[in-house]
Write a protein that binds this ligand. Structure first.
Ligand code: FES
Length: 129
């Protein structure tokens, strides 16, 4: 699903902004517009409202930092899910995946418990130089 993100020149260079239904965030560095899935790799928080400085996006919750150029977490090799951005007549559009079918809270919690690796999350953090 293609969702509008606004005119390229009007997309903030200081913060990332949620687009569409909040599934994605967009950031701009110069003339380059990037879009990522709106989920931090640390604890799954929204990246919406995160700061962008010198090409680095900081999560607003615990300040994990990601390179806007490719979504790589600084200090590790994990990477944000990048979404396709299309520019048409100065307007940016983001290719957002269709939402998954609705699930019960129980299903969501079980999926989260199966995939969340707390040790790996904290290990990544402590391996930083
Ligand atoms: S949830 Fe993003 S840094 Fe913790």
């Amino acid at each position: 699903m293609l969702v509008p993100a606004g005119r390229v020149g009007e997309i903030s260079e200081d913060t990332c902004v949620a687009v569409g239904d909040g599934t994605a965030v967009v950031v701009r560095v110069g003339d380059t517009v990037k879009a990522f899935r709106n989920r931090c790799l640390h604890q799954d928080s929204s990246l919406d409202g995160g700061w962008v400085r010198d090409g680095v996006l900081s999560c607003p919750l615990h300040f994990w930092r990601y390179r806007v150029s490719d979504g790589t977490n600084i200090g590790s090799t994990v990477r944000l899910d990048e979404l396709e951005v299309r520019i048409t007549d100065g307007e940016a559009f983001v290719e957002v995946p269709d939402p998954p079918p609705p699930r019960t809270l129980r299903e969501q919690l079980l999926d989260r418990a199966r995939t969340y690796d707390r040790d790996a999350s904290w290990q990544t953090r402590t391996e930083r130089p």
